[in-house]
Ligand binder design. Sequence first.
Ligand code: DGL
Length: 273
Amino acid sequence: MSKKPIGIFDSGYGGLTVLKEIVKQLPQYDYLYLGDNARAPYGTRSFETVYEYTLECVKKLFEMDCELVVLACNTASAKALRNIQQKDLPHLAPDKRVLGVIRPTTEVVGNYTKTNHIGVLGTSGTIASNSYKIEIGKFFPEIVVHQEACPMWVPLVENNEFESEGADYFIKKNLDHLFEQGNKIDTIILGCTHYPLLINKIKKHLPQGITVLSQGEIVAASLTDYLKRHAEIEGKLSKGGTLECLTTDSPENFDKAASIFTGASVHSKHIDL
Ligand code: DGL
């Protein structure tokens, strides 16, 4: 049987934090990771641009035999997923599926908060889209959502500055802003797949007793459940337990950074879109 991997997409390295958890929970499948590093970050780009870039990457993963693609990027999930699912898939590839990371996260957030006040941290694009507020409102209308855009956090991670004093400065600044909006917040969503790399600094600057939700485990659990419910997709996936990484930029840079994200050595290939 030819390889039919699960495609995992992010603008850069962030999606590797999700990939890592997915592989942990579902090691039997083949995976194809695509990082659009040449055009990252997506977080400050317009709706149209994020949609155009994301669609190109999804098409590439489809060409490479992915029947199922996970947008392991909040910015792409917020700005491109709905259009891709509703406008593009029906004529492009009606039997293939594209899933995002926002819905699985918003479906479970009500299980964590006791005060019904939560904070969402994300890129400017994700926060401006209000996707978290809208989706949480559908599942848990009683929850008050406070949001803070953290435009400097992805560049800190992409430039390997996440342990620096500069990281402390920006993380404290954004968390202070968030808690000025709502001091009843007891749960925080890291609404960007890059942010788990900043977890130590985030915890350092957070008030005591706040629950921090990273998406990796949540998205992996949701994908496990999805595959159980969708035998027509699951049955098409190949099960060789392999992982291949592609980047639109330099494989050397990707491999260096990816090993920090995954804690394992990575050997990527360059790809033109
Ligand atoms: N990792 C992406 C996310 O989850 C954003 C990174 C970027 O700005 O490109 O939103």
